[in-house]
Design a protein. Structure first.
Length: 221
């Protein structure tokens, strides 16, 4: 079989092309981390968007580098791999953003703020001399109960119709006329309830505070 000869220039070109690995990116020298807002997250479920940018030694952004996000305290705040932080409970968490062994951190605080005080029941009709019981719940802007909120301070809008004790137990005046009204008002910190707790005097009403269920225990499948 005859031997084929290839020009030496083609062999050199093939070797040169085979050794090409394409352009390489510079190593990550630092990671910058910024947040969409400042201050604590004041409601459970509030979110904060973080942006992490890997940079080279001159401070220029490096495209195409993956960033890993982690939270030091997921019980207080979680973070997605897109950098979205979500408030879970009151407390603090340090969010880490790392790339190629370099990282940046930012502290996130979750501190619920009372947005409103809800009084239940919303309204009751009771005869004069009755003692309805009210409850108060301090909630944040997303209607989550505020952990560690102080006890409510109770008052009524018209003490001549009804007064109320520190436990939320009201006392309707025995001389209150039918149709008279008053509101049970709960103040938690500096926030007072603005709805709920309506007392209407009605001589024909029957006030039910508890319901007891009795019977033989039964198993269900």
């Amino acid at each position: 079989m005859p031997h084929r000869r290839f020009p030496s220039c083609l062999l050199l070109l093939a070797v040169a092309c085979g050794g090409s690995g394409g352009p390489s990116r510079p190593p990550v020298a630092s990671v910058s981390l910024t947040a969409s807002s400042t201050g604590p997250l004041t409601s459970l479920g509030d979110t904060l968007q973080l942006t992490a940018v890997p940079r080279d030694a001159s401070g220029a952004p490096i495209a195409g580098v993956g960033v890993l996000f982690t939270s030091s305290n997921a019980a207080a705040a979680t973070v997605t791999q897109g950098g979205l932080v979500t408030a879970v409970a009151n407390g603090t968490a340090t969010i880490h953003a790392s790339a190629d062994g370099k990282e940046a951190t930012i502290d996130v605080a979750v501190a619920q703020v009372i947005a409103q005080v809800i009084v239940t029941p919303a309204s009751v009709r009771v005869p004069a001399g009755e003692t309805p019981l009210f409850h108060a719940s301090a909630v944040d802007a997303r209607n989550h109960p505020v952990a560690g909120a102080p006890l409510p301070v109770w008052t009524t809008s018209d003490p001549a119709v009804a007064t109320i004790g520190t436990d939320g137990r009201a006392m309707v005046s025995s001389s209150a006329p039918d149709g008279a009204t008053a509101n049970a008002i709960a103040t938690v910190g500096t926030v007072a309830s603005t709805t709920g707790g309506l007392i209407t005097v009605d001589a024909t009403a029957v006030y039910v505070e508890t319901i007891m269920v009795t019977g033989t225990p039964t198993s269900f499948t």
